[in-house]
Design a protein around this ligand. Structure first.
Ligand code: URA
Ligand code: ZN
Length: 362
């Protein structure tokens, strides 16, 4: 039995240098009240002057870029292989004319990291989504030449208009043709106004626990409503955080579609693939939901053979500091054990077997 972590991020050294050179989100910098601690500021609004210093981004250190730290973390937590991915916000903020070259560089760098890992690491590539669709397609086509790449990671903004944008069709077609799975991951959250006037008192809880999964759920539902999977029946998407809230809300989404006069008038109900079919044929879910209740919903929606263990390292480190076991990881291990209810084959599949099969790992 092998344990494979498919949700684990890195900011490669060249990307860290880029973040250090910037003055607007996303960036890395120190603040006058804590000159010895670099902070990683990536989420929208995270550097608002009203933000308390403990919520101003997060402390950033070698866990984010040093691969020996990643391997040590894997060894500490019994992880055999990891499929690493650039963390948010990927290349979304790169100037359009520089994005193609930036993607080639970072994907080559990540592939090289994997090549030097003695078989421990594979990767999801990043796409130059601020560039024109044809530049993105070209990078998708090139990924086949990178031995350790097993798909691409991307956020919910697409080419700037979301994932229901018809301009993405050539990219979806290229991903489908090249059998490159999309690892869909949130970044932008919800408008901060929904968190209310006391949001500052609650740290990162509302944007991370709720904003992230709802952003993902809305993005996937827009893909569904725009017929992406009716046009691209072989397009595979691995959805972060056990699908956001999709497994829980799928029934409500279907019901709202079935009762929508506008959709009926425009012929968008007849012949469409229901979300339940897509959940079982196109969607994979990570097991990063920290409790068996959410995990059971994911298993019921997509099937235990479509779930894959993840850690979200280096995010959610133990508050006790360096050297301690990661509560976030052990909570996910415990949830998988509980949801599998003694069915060893199910647990083994979620922990690693499914990733080895789906992502064609050696
Ligand atoms: N916070 C982030 O910004 N990204 C993650 O992947 C997890 C937490
Ligand atoms: Zn993540």
């Amino acid at each position: 039995m092998k344990v494979v972590d498919i949700h684990t991020h890195v900011y490669p050294p060249s990307y860290v240098s880029l973040l250090r050179s910037r003055q607007t989100v996303p960036y890395i910098r120190t603040f006058p009240d804590a000159p010895d601690s670099s902070r990683l500021i990536i989420l929208p609004g995270e550097d608002d002057p009203s933000t308390p210093s403990t919520s101003r981004g997060r402390p950033v250190g070698p866990d984010y870029w040093d691969i020996s730290k990643k391997i040590a973390f894997m060894d500490q937590h019994g992880i055999d292989k990891s499929v690493i991915s650039l963390a948010n916000p990927w290349l979304d903020f790169i100037a359009p004319e520089e994005a193609g070259e930036a993607a080639r560089k970072i994907n080559d760098e990540v592939n090289e990291i994997c090549a030097n890992s003695s078989g421990r690491l594979y990767a999801f590539a990043a796409l130059p989504l601020s560039a024109k669709a044809e530049v993105v397609v070209k990078e998708v086509e090139r990924l086949g030449s990178l031995k350790y790449i097993r798909g691409i990671i991307m956020g919910t903004s697409g080419l700037g208009q979301g994932l229901d944008d018809p301009a993405l069709d050539p990219i979806y077609a290229a991903l489908e043709k090249n059998r490159q799975l999309i690892f869909l991951h949130p970044h932008y959250g919800l408008p901060s106004s929904v968190y209310g006037p006391r949001a500052n008192e609650y740290g990162h809880v509302l944007p991370l626990a709720l904003g992230f999964p709802l952003e993902t759920t809305i993005a996937v539902t827009r893909m569904l409503l725009s017929g992406v999977w009716d046009r691209f029946k072989g397009l595979d998407v691995l959805i972060a955080h056990s699908g956001g809230t999709l497994p829980f809300l799928a029934g409500r989404i279907e019901s709202c579609i079935a009762h929508d006069v506008h959709l009926k008038k425009h012929g968008k109900i007849e012949g469409r693939r229901p979300v339940w079919d897509i959940l079982k044929k196109n969607i994979y879910l990570d097991a990063v939901i920290y409790n068996e209740v959410g995990l059971n919903a994911a298993i019921e929606a997509s099937g235990a053979d479509r779930l894959m263990f993840g850690t979200d390292h280096p995010f959610f480190p133990p508050l006790e500091g360096e050297g301690s076991e990661w509560l976030s990881v052990n909570t996910n291990y415990a949830a998988i054990k509980a949801a599998s209810g003694g069915k060893e084959a199910m647990a083994d599949g979620i922990l690693g077997g499914n990733a080895i099969r789906v992502l064609r790992l050696d």
